[in-house]
Write a protein that binds this ligand. Structure first.
Ligand code: S3P
Length: 425
């Protein structure tokens, strides 16, 4: 994809539905008794992988343009998937599903694409094994991963070494099948969509600070869920609105869950003109319209405490920091190395090609700004969030920016370039 410098961006837009919430809604609806409706679900490759996995296990899922109707199989009603379950590029599918599969009476194998096959799975294999699951994986850490049948899992109290919602949610899903009360404690709170939605579907779940406990479950109940738009997708346009001169944009119906809104806190601390309007609650999640105006940004520094609430937004925050006055230091973000690409390297190497001054560190970045960006040929490393961040960089870079391997935007935001075109003046 080629992107050129623009003089301003303007308009009212919506971005696709939240990816994390869509995955969870499909999973819980599939395990519930009765017919669930999921409105405004995310139609993206990642969520398709979750849908296909449950279809393969006998769940009836009807898909229209705006909604899913899922006739749940019941908590103990999944069928043997027969062949391998292909999770594509999706870490969330793999890790959450492994928790469900650990509780089944059939064996299953999960495979993935080249990127997913390099991502660590020991973080879920370890706690699931403590619960009694029998799992084999390549080098005990990588896909393909085979989960052998298990009659009864046992509840555990697990302290997770990483602040990861995928690990937490995996254990909670397995906890639905484990005798007793399963508790998972995280070092820092990660996104809490699972906790909220487990409760909605009738699971016996409770939260106590950094610990979440779930009891064995005999039945989940079908629901109607309306998925808000994804702040991780909105993030690209929030930063675009701030750094492209003379801009004013509004993004409607964005999820502003407290465990996801770190980007708003950080950008506001940099001097961003961001206003939340029409704040409301939809299907147990906080939602707002977000208005953004071009702003003079100052540098900032942040570390591990806030990182889980903005983990997927760090690439676009780094771009904002290249336009801010002063030195920005981001630390405590080592997890970026094991995302869809090594995001510390992909962000720094590609933005530096465009003229940014970014130093990679072991757990983050040191960014000196402001720097003028110039068009270049850059690579997404087949990582959707890198492709979108580089495209926004292209809006302020002198000349033309070519983003190689930009097709991967379909992992989370299939119409990204259409929305971008709509607001570019
Ligand atoms: C996700 C959790 C995050 C995030 C990912 C989606 C989820 O991963 O990066 O895009 O839906 O639970 P970790 O929890 O592993 O950090």
């Amino acid at each position: 994809m080629k992107v050129n410098k623009v003089s301003k961006i303007n308009g009212i837009i919506t971005v696709p539905a939240d990816k994390s919430i869509t995955h969870r809604a499909i999973m819980l609806s599939s395990l519930a008794t009765g017919k669930s409706y999921i409105n405004n679900y995310l139609k993206s490759d990642d969520c398709l992988m979750t849908m296909n996995a449950f279809k393969q296990m006998g769940v009836n899922i009807e898909q229209t343009e705006d909604s899913l109707t899922i006739i749940g199989a019941g908590i103990n009603g999944l069928k043997n998937p027969v062949k391998e379950i292909y999770a594509g590029n999706s870490g969330t599918t793999t890790r959450l599903l492994s928790g469900v599969l650990a509780g089944q009476k059939f064996s299953s194998t999960i495979t993935g694409d080249a990127s997913l096959s390099k991502r660590p799975m020991k973080r879920v294999i370890e706690p699931l094994s403590l619960m009694g699951a029998n799992i084999t994986a390549k080098e005990n850490n990588f896909l393909p991963m085979t989960i052998l049948p298990k009659e009864n899992l046992k509840a555990i109290s697990y302290t997770s070494p990483v602040a990861s919602a995928q690990v937490k949610s995996c254990i909670l899903f397995a906890g639905l099948y484990a005798d007793g009360t399963t508790t998972v404690t995280e070092p820092i709170k990660s996104r809490d969509h699972s906790e909220r939605m487990f409760k909605t579907f009738g699971a016996d779940i409770s939260v106590d600070g950094l610990s979440v406990s779930v009891k064995k479950c005999n039945e989940l109940y079908a629901q109607e869920v309306t998925v808000p738009c994804d702040i991780s997708s909105a993030a690209f346009f929030i930063v675009a609105g701030l750094i492209v001169p003379n801009s004013n944009i509004k993004i409607l119906n964005v999820n502003i869950n407290k465990t996801r809104d770190g980007i708003l806190t950080v950008l506001k601390s940099m001097g961003a003109d961001i206003v939340l309007d029409n704040v409301r609650t939809v299907s147990g999640e906080d939602v707002a319209d977000i208005e953004i105006k071009t702003s003079r940004l100052n540098s900032t520094s942040f570390g591990k405490e806030i990182v889980p609430s903005l983990i997927d937004e760090i690439p676009i925050i780094v771009l904002a920091a290249t336009q801010a006055e002063g030195q920005t230091v981001i630390s405590g973000a080592k997890e970026l190395k094991v995302k869809e690409s090594d995001r510390i390297h992909s962000v720094a190497s590609q933005l530096n090609k465009m003229g940014a001054d970014i130093k990679e560190t072991d757990d983050g970045f040191i960014i000196n700004g402001p720097t003028k960006l110039k068009g270049a040929t850059v690579d997404s490393f087949d990582d959707h969030r890198i492709a979108m961040m580089l495209s926004i960089a292209g809006l302020i870079a002198e000349g033309e920016t070519e983003i190689l391997n930009s097709d991967c935007v379909k992992i989370s935001f299939a119409n990204f370039y259409e929305v971008l075109k709509k607001i570019c003046k």
